[in-house]
Design a protein around this ligand. Structure first.
Ligand SMILES: [Zn+2]
Length: 248
């Protein structure tokens, strides 16, 4: 089988990227999202070392949105050389940056993505209604990837209408993931991708351990049980979607 891990922070992992990549024998290629200027630069450097398997992105995580003005120029410089903008978005669960700073940074990321016509990777936690409002207002939906999607049926339907792509992660396989599975059941296969969010959110039976790209197959299998689709077919359709969305 051949998977694409569309969200894998290899540059934030304490382990050697080469080891994690060597173990991920069934992962064809991976996207390495930046979360600030430094990690976006590391993402670009890693992707240059592994042009056959890695795509870089540049962005500022909503947790650090308060530092946007200081990091903006460095991130903008990387836009021409990355495959996607982000990760960006809104996180009102931890709210580590004030909401208005998060929204300002998110909107600037959207403007960059629209400007260059590249996909945008969006983190959305306890902020469904605000992310929906902003994506709708800016019409960036068709370029939007909702990473680690955790919405239930209502928000999944509303975001489907905006043309986004949903990326599912470990929580779809958690015992507590029933809401996510109900949402995923509504997503047409051609609008879904899978990710690990390495080193976070390891799927069962590894929950609580450091995640790694090889385990994207477990996320794909969980999505397959929701859709009643063999894992092989899930790998095929989600990989084709990733190739289209990231233009690889
Ligand atoms: Zn992330």
């Amino acid at each position: 089988m051949s998977w694409v891990d569309t969200h894998c922070h290899l540059q934030l992992d304490s382990r050697a990227p080469d080891d994690l990549l060597a173990r991920a024998t069934e992962v064809d290629w991976l996207v390495v999202p930046g979360v600030d200027a430094a990690s976006s630069r590391s993402s670009v450097a890693l992707a240059r070392e592994h042009p056959d398997r890695l795509l870089a992105t540049a962005g500022l995580h909503p947790h650090d949105a308060s530092s946007w003005l200081g990091q903006r120029a460095a991130i903008e410089d990387l836009v021409p050389v990355v495959a996607a903008i982000g990760e960006t978005g809104l996180d009102f669960y931890r709210e580590l940056s004030p909401r208005d700073h998060q929204e300002a940074s998110f909107r600037d990321h959207i403007a960059m993505a629209l400007d260059v016509g590249k996909p945008i990777i969006v983190h959305c936690r306890d902020a469904f209604s605000d992310v929906h409002r902003i994506v709708e207002e800016t019409a960036v939906g068709p370029q939007t990837i909702l990473h680690c999607w955790t919405g239930g049926t209502r928000w999944t339907r509303r975001f489907l209408d905006l043309g986004v792509t949903f990326s599912f992660a470990g929580p779809i396989a958690f015992e507590t993931g029933e809401t996510i599975r109900l949402g995923a059941a509504l997503v047409p296969p051609e609008r879904a991708m899978v990710e690990t969010d390495t080193p976070y959110l390891a799927p069962p039976p590894y929950r609580g351990q450091q995640n790694e790209p090889a385990w994207v197959a477990l996320v794909g299998a969980a999505l397959g049980s929701v859709w009643a689709m063999p894992a092989e077919q899930v790998a095929e359709v989600t990989s084709a979607n990733a190739a289209r969305v990231f233009r690889r």
